[in-house]
Design a protein around this ligand. Sequence first.
Ligand SMILES: C[S@@+](CC[C@H](N)C(=O)[O-])C[C@H]1O[C@@H](n2cnc3c(N)ncnc32)[C@H](O)[C@@H]1O
Length: 271
Amino acid sequence: MSTDTPVKPQVNEALVKKIQDLGPWHMNIQLTEDLNTGQVFSNEGEVYHRPSNAGVSLLNLRDGFLDLMKRLYPEGLGDKRFLDCACNAGGYCFWAREMNAKAAFGFDVREHWIQQARFVKNHRVVGPTDGIGFQVKDLYDLPKLEMNPFDITIFKGIFYHLPDPITGLKIAADMTNEVMLFNTSTTWGEKDGYMKSGWESRENVMSGVHGLKWYPTGPKVMGDILRWLGFKEMKLMFYKQQYDQPQLGRTEIIASKVEGKLDAIGGEWLT
Ligand SMILES: C[S@@+](CC[C@H](N)C(=O)[O-])C[C@H]1O[C@@H](n2cnc3c(N)ncnc32)[C@H](O)[C@@H]1O
């Protein structure tokens, strides 16, 4: 054999089989040097053709998240406690620990996703997995856990799956001392400042479990709610039409209870 022949990485076939069995996946998470959860389903580690992944988009979310967190916390997350509401397979908790978060906790209402998160915790060797906890939990039951507050909270992809979203967001806001990364679907092309009701499947693995849902009509209504919940400063990171559902938009807001924390991150102030 020529010494120029590339060596094919030895991918652990048992892990590949387990990843397949635990599908569908929404998050591409690196487990070993040679294996991530996305590559089992596509070369790019992403799947936009939803039917091929049981209707779920499989996404590379790590780099964008770490880029934002490094702008917010250039010194790392050394003394920070990190909370992810609706954590899915737990990717953000693992990536927060890569930045040395002191502790990370993720919960999701679905056993399906928490099984994935626990599987990743057991098999990931490319980053720290200690100090991370996961639980199957409905957001509305979070206060029953009587946890200590967190410094950084992610509230992404859950607001528009709740029957009483302001109460739900208040639960997370009350447990947050510093910064919230908030991301939601909205309506698109409607006057901002309202909430629009609708119904959704209780069974779809990416949706809520209560049936009733609410879309905000844009960033203004979310800014008003977040301000009422105690966040002093907010930046709109983006507000755009969704590529796959043009009747919907997507908005991301970083909200802070600490003045000055958002000065360095770009985005547009929400006043
Ligand atoms: C659109 S996915 C977003 C996943 C992830 N947060 C992200 O941004 O990639 C919605 C997630 O919310 C979870 N979920 C829906 N309703 C919930 C609730 N009441 N409490 C906790 N998790 C919920 C779903 O199981 C699913 O994992």
